[in-house]
Design a protein around this ligand. Structure first.
Ligand code: NAD
Ligand code: AHE
Ligand code: ZN
Ligand code: ZN
Length: 369
């Protein structure tokens, strides 16, 4: 079928809305009509050319809300008309990773996904007979997309797709990092570095986990008001201090925080986030994605003396079995997703969403398709 999609022809260039060909679903796959998609910083990261897995031309996007239009042979877990969120971290339930009970990182289709291909090794998108690659297995910047059944989470039909699309990445990642990766306990002191969609969702998770003190860190002070509304108790701009930000936080907290979260993708800040943790037990969670070739560093003594460095993808959330429950949390008004949507844009203006992000003006732009 002919569909419209925003094609990333090459790195660092704006997306171009094009008519492209989409092949229908094969065995075990579903055809989705995308209703809305968020734009996450990771889309901008890949478009910047810094992603070692970035392939061009491709159709980016991984924060979608969609309706099932057609199911391929053998599909049993979803049906036409179901509302779903595409999963860049699928859940096959059978692989070594899924059955370990220790991780959400299902590897059933990871190899082909990283090459921009469907599990059978082909792309379903093309233009003039030439393939256009999938992205993160989701490609939500398209009116229609094809996904394996194991990469969609069926959600409550009453949930507005132009809001809960943000649970396809940002909101769930932040909440899950708190609940699953850090396992923040009541009374904890928490520091959150970076107040975009991810960091603000970490704050919401920390409030639910009953953290007592939540220190929000950003160099863009326009983010502070919303951070405070969501529950941050202190807001700190590292640029306003002569001392390194880790020293500032250690001084503010009688020796350091119990948990810190890096939600920027800056390796220097990852070091600060680790080193602002309390000696003996503080844990720092890396969420931000750093570019090709970048590495983290600290004195090993920081770890020897009890600080812990961890990372998380999609907040450790198992998409098919657990994401519907996060949508239900939204429906019960336990999390604020509506105010994370700072701009609603038509598909034609998708490049503005990237501009607004880079200018620090948006938390999330949601694109209607
Ligand atoms: P965003 O652009 O909306 O927000 C980033 C925030 O960081 C902004 O408020 C910005 O002002 C702030 N910032 C930039 N430099 C800073 C510095 N030196 N000190 C303090 N604050 C600084 O981004 P986002 O969509 O919230 O994504 C954040 C990061 O998380 C990105 O690296 C993204 O790729 C990554 N991410 C990871 C996962 C995962 O599963 N691990 C999921 C989603 C996003
Ligand atoms: N391709 C990048 C890695 C990017 C990355 O770490 N992605 C996160 C999700 S970011 C969502 O906004 C993730 O899920 N990682 C686990 C995985 O298997 O990709 C690179 O640096 O190579
Ligand atoms: Zn994302
Ligand atoms: Zn699996």
């Amino acid at each position: 079928m002919k569909i419209r999609a925003a094609v990333a022809w090459e790195a660092k260039k704006p997306l171009v809305i094009e008519d492209v060909e989409l092949e229908g679903p094969k065995k075990g796959e579903v055809l989705l009509k995308m209703v809305a998609t968020g734009v996450c910083h990771t889309d901008a990261y890949t478009l910047s050319g810094a992603d070692p897995e970035g392939i061009f031309p491709s159709i980016l996007g991984h924060e979608g809300g969609a309706v099932v239009m057609e199911v391929g042979e053998g599909v049993t877990s979803v049906a036409v008309g179901d509302h779903v969120i595409p999963l860049y971290t699928p859940e096959c339930g059978k692989c070594k990773f899924c059955t370990s009970g220790k991780t959400n990182l299902c590897q059933a289709i990871r190899a082909t996904q990283g090459k921009g291909l469907m599990p059978d090794g082909t792309s379903r998108f093309s233009k003039n007979g030439k393939p256009i690659y999938h992205y993160m297995g989701t490609s939500t910047f398209a009116e229609y997309t094809v996904l394996p059944e194991i990469a969609v989470a069926k959600i409550n039909k009453a949930a507005p797709l132009d809001k809960v699309c943000l649970l396809g990445c940002g909101v769930t990642t932040g909440l899950g990092a708190v609940f699953n990766t850090a396992k923040v306990e009541p009374g904890s002191t928490v520091a959150v570095f970076g107040l975009g969609g991810i960091g603000l969702s970490v704050i919401q998770g920390a409030v639910i986990a009953k953290a007592e003190r939540i220190i929000a860190v950003d160099i863009n002070e326009s983010k502070f008001e919303f951070a405070r509304q969501l529950g941050a108790t202190d807001c700190v701009n590292p640029k306003k201090h002569d001392a390194p930000i880790q020293n500032v936080i250690v001084d503010m907290t009688d020796g350091g925080v119990d948990y810190s979260f890096e939600c920027v993708g800056n390796v220097e800040l990852m070091r600060s986030a680790l080193e602002c943790c309390h000696k003996g037990w503080g844990e720092s969670i890396i969420i931000g994605v750093a570019g090709a070739g970048q590495e983290i560093a600290t004195r090993p003594f920081q770890l020897v003396t009890g600080r812990v460095w961890r990372g998380t993808a999609f907040g450790g959330v198992k998409g098919r079995s657990e994401l519907p429950g996060y949508v239900d949390m939204y429906m019960r008004k336990e999390i604020n997703v509506d105010d994370m949507v700072t701009f609603n844009l038509p598909f034609e203006k998708i490049n503005e969403a990237f501009d607004l992000m880079h200018e620090g003006k948006s938390i999330r732009s949601v694109i209607s398709l």
